[in-house]
Design a protein around this ligand. Structure first.
Ligand code: SAM
Ligand code: SF4
Ligand code: SF4
Length: 392
């Protein structure tokens, strides 16, 4: 493992504009037919141009983070002078709740709060309570989830659960202290994150999902120790191929640990039983696993592989992302988003115009970046938005 290899990120200059100037598409011009659309009713499930329904909305509640994961927010780029969004630019909880209320009639049934680190956003449990109450009042089954680095979870898990958070995903890239701290680059210990996972289980989350991003040369030898550590616990482990999100993480194909290799490493140590997909559009291929020698536990621990690079799943992609400042992105690898702010802040904050805009954006969507990654000229995607801004 060599964390000191020079990577392109180390030579990048610090952007002087904040994300609002870099990634915002000229909104209405993008959707000429929307300007003509005066239909009063935008309701009903919407499908995109490739017949994919809209089901999942990921909401970034902040672009800031207390980690500096080298594959996401390397310190060389996200340093002291990095122009994070000012607080006044962040969507308020009321604006987010309005957006969700408008998206649900279009088919959205899952909302994931993310960031940056979502637990840095003060009083996040109030937003969760509002979203849960709103769904209950309208008798809509809305699944409210969150992805967190776990560093602040030990103190917040109980409040999040009682506010109505349904599912929680915690990111943990290594069990080995040195490797973990070198990857998060923020001196947060493995024990802190493990305490957060335990607190979540104690707070009443039936399962905790644990995300592991694998980056060649850094943490592939952590696959088996992580699987062994969580064996027998109500945990769903997700091994994720390192992706070429943003411009700062120095990604090359050589850094990707392919899912096929992850599977081989696991099969050498464990007995794996394939699990059927739990839902359409599921990104992970899943297995239940047990020790080869002593299959004892009654609690099913599960492993999933998210092979986003080597086995693209754009065909079923039902996710949109909203940035902390209200830009709607229909693909993780998009270069710009559609500005929803005029529809959410001041002016006409009623449901119909926003609903019609959302319908127009989703129904025109043709994104399938991971399927065409090899064909597209990577330089043509030179201004891809960063993960902390988009929300993972
Ligand atoms: N800060 C929170 C966390 O780390 O869980 C939430 C935001 S983070 C951007 C969401 C997920 O994206 C994390 O599980 C993280 O490991 C993953 N991620 C970040 N950069 C990635 C990359 N380049 N490739 C694959 N996954 C990545
Ligand atoms: Fe922060 Fe999450 Fe990115 Fe790590 S992966 S830097 S914890 S936003
Ligand atoms: Fe969805 Fe874009 Fe990822 Fe394909 S590349 S799965 S369209 S977010």
């Amino acid at each position: 493992m060599n964390f000191l290899d020079p990577s392109p990120a180390r030579h990048r200059t610090i952007p002087i504009q904040d994300a609002r100037e870099r990634y915002v598409a000229p909104d209405v011009q993008l959707l000429p037919q929307h300007a003509e659309d005066r239909s009063p009713d935008y309701m009903g499930p919407v499908q995109d141009a490739l017949d994919r329904p809209w089901h999942d909305l990921r909401i970034s509640v902040t672009d800031q983070c207390n980690f500096r994961c080298r594959y996401c927010m390397p310190k060389e780029v996200f340093g002291r002078d990095y122009p994070f969004l000012p607080h006044s630019a962040l969507l308020s909880f009321d604006e987010i709740a309005h957006l969700v209320a408008t998206a649900v009639p279009l088919g959205v049934r899952k909302v994931r709060l993310t960031g940056g680190e979502p637990l840095l956003r003060k009083h996040l449990e109030q937003l969760i309570a509002t979203l849960a109450a709103q769904a209950e009042a309208r008798a809509v089954p809305l699944n409210i989830a969150m992805t967190s680095n776990g560093s602040l979870l030990a103190t917040k898990a109980a409040a999040l659960r009682s506010a109505g958070l349904g599912r929680i995903t915690v990111s943990l890239d290594a069990l080995d202290e040195r490797i973990f701290q070198q990857m998060n680059d923020a001196d947060v210990s493995v024990a802190t994150v493990l305490r957060g996972i335990d607190a979540a289980l104690q707070a009443g989350f039936e399962r905790v999902k644990v995300n592991v991003v694998l980056r060649r040369g850094w943490n592939e030898d952590q696959i088996v120790p992580l699987a062994r550590h969580f064996l027998g616990m109500p945990v769903s482990l997700r091994f994720i191929e390192f992706m070429d999100v943003g411009q700062s993480n120095g990604w090359t194909m050589a850094h990707v640990v392919p899912g096929a290799e992850i599977l081989q490493r696991l099969q050498r140590e464990f007995h794996l039983t394939p699990l059927a997909p739990a839902a359409k559009g599921e990104t992970a291929r899943r297995w239940a696993y047990q020790e080869l020698s002593t299959p004892t536990s009654t609690v099913q621990t599960e492993i999933g592989l998210i092979n986003s690079v080597t086995q693209a799943f754009c065909g079923d992609c039902n996710r949109a992302r909203i940035t902390a400042d209200g830009q709607l992105f229909t693909c993780l690898f998009a270069q710009s988003g559609v500005n929803l702010l005029p529809y959410l802040r001041g002016g006409d904050a009623t449901t119909q115009p926003l609903g019609r805009l959302l319908r127009a954006v989703w129904s025109q969507r043709t994104d399938r970046y991971s399927e065409v990654r090899k064909e597209v000229n990577v330089k043509a995607r030179a201004n891809k938005a960063e993960m902390n801004y988009l929300g993972g």
